[in-house]
Design a protein around this ligand. Structure first.
Ligand SMILES: [Zn+2]
Length: 124
């Protein structure tokens, strides 16, 4: 069973968006429970993801260009071959496949409005 409590809100947002579909119903329930316990709404999740998208990717700092996680990600056993590679192949948080080229999502017009809203309603 996945322990989602170890993840921060940003990580949970990415897990929710990119990985929930791959989870079994029981695991989904655990994830939803954790999100609800933190009081994160659908809007919060969208905002968290957009904030991370807006961060500049720094290969020295970040392990993943999409969710910008700083966590060390170990590759899994390569197709049951028994050999263990320490090459980063997949993001542990958002599931991004590092073996394929990645482009940051294009900004749409809505983003600016959402950012403005975020500033107005969630002052830092
Ligand atoms: Zn990621």
């Amino acid at each position: 069973m996945n322990d989602f409590k170890k993840y921060d809100n940003y990580e949970l947002a990415f897990i929710y968006k990119y990985k929930i579909a791959s989870y079994l119903p029981a695991t989904r329930n655990v994830l939803m429970k954790c999100i609800n316990e933190r009081g994160l709404s659908e809007e919060d999740i969208v905002r968290l993801i957009e904030e991370r998208f807006g961060e500049v990717y720094d290969p020295e700092q970040h392990k993943c260009p999409r969710c910008k996680t700083k966590k060390t990600i170990k590759d899994n056993d390569v197709a049951g071959s028994g050999s263990y590679q320490f090459v980063l192949k997949k993001c542990d948080i958002c599931g991004l496949d590092f073996t394929k080229p990645y482009r940051l999502p294009k900004k749409n017009k809505g983003n600016i409005l959402n950012k403005l809203k975020a500033i107005l309603f969630f002052p830092r």
